[in-house]
Design a binder for this molecule. Structure first.
Ligand code: 2M8
Length: 472
């Protein structure tokens, strides 16, 4: 089985004229080059001035079409900071950047105190979604210099194996065949409403929160970013892990925040299939990785599928229940190539429902011209502009789009691709976008928005870009 050719070849009218397409590509490539800092690409030159883990994977996928060397370099730079446990840290800090440029910085994390820290560059002490094997495979698939790409895969393969083994051994405390996250920052969707109940329940002892200054508000509108109350809890959780020496066993035993999320595990499953393909390329046995992918797939069906609601949901290990918040994460098991047709149909129905498309009764939620909102449009706390609580993100759009292409590309696939193109044409390379107006929020010059639109533009069957209101 291969998971590599994931889109049916279809002949379609180009979404953009050739000139527009070339201009968008040039602009995206130019942005990535501007954000390049020698061995990695900054997610944003202002808000995120270091190397981030899953950003690196998204960026390498976009770069792979035009700049094999930099794509390889940044993935290898990230894995140079991999911990001896196999954990790939969420942030690799650039020591040349002033400590007050980003909070929490290297002094806060103090990760060198952990047994597993490899020395060298300072890092955070937590991880992020494991998209890297998938990214490495795509770099190889698109490489002009095949021999160099094969050597790159051979160098990275044992590190990817260690990353996946870390998740299977250190991050599955309940034996679910799924990896848990211990901090919202590990989820990638840091401020998603999924975490609210657990965060709200945390009572921070008066002397346990260090005084700190948010640096994100220097670069972004407070209305776009997490609240101070949420930030206090993010910081408090990180402090408790730091004080436990980032020891997984003690963190898992004591943390009030232990969840298995669909996005994280679906990405892990997709990457485990990529790792099997990589094993075949570098002369190792693909079978254990394929088996791991199937275990994750079964784990998602067994523990993350809410049969009553007929959708996937995060599983709160501490509370022993699903989290009843409907976010874009619930759509991402589409990345599992073995997802049964019945579950695919349920996800597509959810995507087309008033919860994500807003095609509802007259007088209720208006249609959304831009897909896919990150949170249920019908929720009372849906917010079209606040970080991960409603806006459209290019990375989650891209993940849903790639997932749908593995399952026959139903019509909504093209609407999502068209949304991505219209958003960046209208508002530029912003971090996230209003699903109703297309207005851009968060950082400007945001790298993964450019990288993933590059990936979209390079795929031959990219879609029509209907005007707002068409194709609803
Ligand atoms: C955001 O997360 C960082 C913390 O890691 C932050 O808010 O400061 C998230 O969107 C995360 O998914 C992303 O990797 C990171 C850098 O783009 O920013």
């Amino acid at each position: 089985m291969t998971t590599r050719d994931d889109g049916p070849a279809r002949s379609r009218r180009a979404s953009l004229g050739d000139d527009e397409r070339r201009a968008l590509r040039r602009s995206a490539e130019g942005l990535l080059d501007t954000n390049w800092v020698g061995s990695s690409t900054l997610p944003s030159p202002t808000l995120y001035p270091h190397q981030w883990s899953w950003d690196t994977a998204f960026i390498a996928i976009g770069r792979s079409w035009a700049d094999q060397h930099r794509a390889q370099t940044e993935l290898e730079a990230l894995f140079a900071a991999q911990w001896t446990t196999g954990m790939v840290p969420s942030i690799v800090f650039d020591p040349a950047v002033p400590d007050d440029a980003y909070f929490p910085g290297p002094d806060f994390w103090d990760a060198e105190r952990a047994d597993g820290h490899p020395g060298g560059r300072p890092t955070s002490g937590i991880t992020q979604p494991p998209l890297h094997a998938r990214a490495a495979l795509e770099v190889y698939d698109h490489a002009a210099d095949r021999a160099a790409a094969r050597d790159f895969l051979a160098r990275l393969y044992p590190k990817l194996v260690a990353q996946h083994a870390y998740l299977a051994t250190h991050r599955d405390p309940a034996g679910l065949d799924l990896a848990v996250i211990v901090h919202p920052w590990e989820s990638g969707m840091d401020n998603a409403p999924i975490w609210d109940d657990d965060l709200d329940a945390i009572v921070i002892p008066p002397d346990r929160l260090p005084s700190y200054r948010r640096r994100d508000l220097v670069h972004a509108d407070p209305a776009d970013r997490p609240s101070d109350a949420a930030y206090d809890r993010f910081v408090y959780l990180a402090v408790t892990y730091r004080d436990a020496g980032y020891d997984d066993a003690s963190v898992l035993a004591s943390s009030p925040f232990v969840l298995a999320d669909p996005l994280f595990n679906a990405i892990w499953c997709w990457s485990a299939h990529a790792l099997a393909d990589i094993a075949g390329i570098v002369g190792d046995d693909p079978a254990p990785h394929r088996r791991q992918a199937r275990r994750i797939s079964d784990g998602m069906l067994t523990h993350l599928w809410d049969a009553t609601a007929r959708r996937f949901a995060a599983y709160d290990v501490r509370a022993g229940r699903h989290v009843p918040k409907d976010t874009v994460s619930a759509l991402l098991p589409l990345l599992d190539p073995d997802l049964p047709a019945d579950h695919v149909a349920a996800i597509v129905a959810e995507l087309n429902s008033p919860h994500f498309s807003g095609r509802a009764r007259p007088g209720s939620t208006p249609n959304v011209p831009f897909l896919v909102p990150t949170y249920d449009l019908r929720s009372a706390d849906f917010d079209p502009r606040r970080y991960w609580r409603g806006p459209v993100w290019i990375n989650t759009d891209w993940l849903v789009w790639r997932g749908l292409r593995q399952h026959g590309s139903p019509p909504v696939t093209d609407r999502i691709a068209a949304s991505m193109l219209r958003l960046v044409q209208q508002s530029g390379w912003r971090e996230y976008f209003d699903p109703f107006t297309g207005a851009g929020y968060g950082s400007h010059d945001f790298s993964w928005s450019a990288a993933l639109v590059l990936d979209l533009l390079h795929r031959p069957d990219h879609p029509l870009a209907p005007a707002i209101g068409e194709g609803q």
